[in-house]
Design a protein around this ligand. Structure first.
Ligand code: ADP
Ligand code: MG
Length: 246
């Protein structure tokens, strides 16, 4: 489903991703953990091609792009690759002047050229899925953080992506709102969605992940099933990171 080879990303002199390789099978959930500034968001943004990787290959389904320093990928190819992923951001990033329903319709109309009627039907069913049927006509400022993030999840799913990317989806939420968002994500995992989730919610990570990956300084330190990574980490760096959390 997803194959990433030797991905690097630099901002000027700063190299943030230093050769990431990863593979993810359809229906699997990968949780990425790691200290602040280690490159987790940059990795997700590269997978979504919100950032152009400096070098390396990203393949999602049948779409594959090889990035090379100094040469720009074709815009049409970038759009095709981007369409394979749906991104859920820490800070929601909903369009403030659009209702929940319109937020979930927008990408379908612009990216997929669905008709308004088609987009609305799909958006309503996604809002139902995240438990927000009664908020379809509400604007973001009329919604709680948890509700806004659930709209964000519905929006990410609206273009029927092969892969869902979550960048610390509950970090901006008050503790009492975290659970409603994690519940939706757990439900998506149970349905067999392919997902990459960056989170600091370790109990959730352990429950939902097929594999956990620890990133530090733009490299993968350790990767494995949750029981192994949490239960008997192989690397000292992993032990240190986990011990600071508890
Ligand atoms: P994480 O999500 O793990 O906290 P990030 O991927 O956001 O880490 O950032 C990794 C590093 O890349 C940080 O040092 C950050 O300052 C740097 N960085 C991220 N985005 C940019 C950018 N657009 N321009 C310059 N530096 C960036
Ligand atoms: Mg981040």
């Amino acid at each position: 489903m997803l194959e990433v080879q030797n991905l690097t990303k630099s901002f000027g002199d700063a190299s943030v991703l230093n050769g990431i390789d990863l593979q993810l099978e359809q229906g699997h959930v990968l949780v990425i953990i790691g200290p602040s500034g280690s490159g987790k968001s940059t990795l997700l943004r590269c997978l979504n091609v919100l950032e152009t990787p400096t070098s390396g290959t990203i393949a999602i389904g049948a779409q594959r792009i090889r990035f090379e320093p100094g040469s720009k990928p074709k815009h049409a190819e970038v759009l095709l690759l981007r369409r394979q992923t749906g991104m859920v951001f820490q800070a929601y990033h909903l369009f403030p002047h659009m209702t929940a329903l319109q937020n979930v319709m927008e990408g379908q109309i612009t990216a997929l050229r669905r008709t308004k009627t088609e987009a609305e039907t799909r958006a309503l069913s996604l809002l139902e899925k995240v438990g927000l049927t009664d908020k379809a006509d509400a604007y973001p400022h009329q919604l709680s953080g948890g509700q806004q993030q659930r709209v964000g999840i519905a929006r990410a799913m609206s273009i029927d992506p092969k892969l869902l990317l979550f960048d610390e989806p509950t970090s901006a939420l008050d503790p009492e709102l975290v659970r409603e968002v994690l519940k939706v994500i757990r439900q998506l995992a149970a349905e067999g969605r392919t997902m990459i989730i960056v989170t600091h919610e370790m109990r959730f990570a352990r429950d939902v992940a097929d594999r956990i990956m620890l990133i530090d300084d733009g490299v993968i330190v350790e990767e494995g099933p949750p029981e192994q990574l949490f239960g008997s980490p192989r690397h000292e760096r992993t032990r240190q990171f986990l011990s600071k959390l508890s």
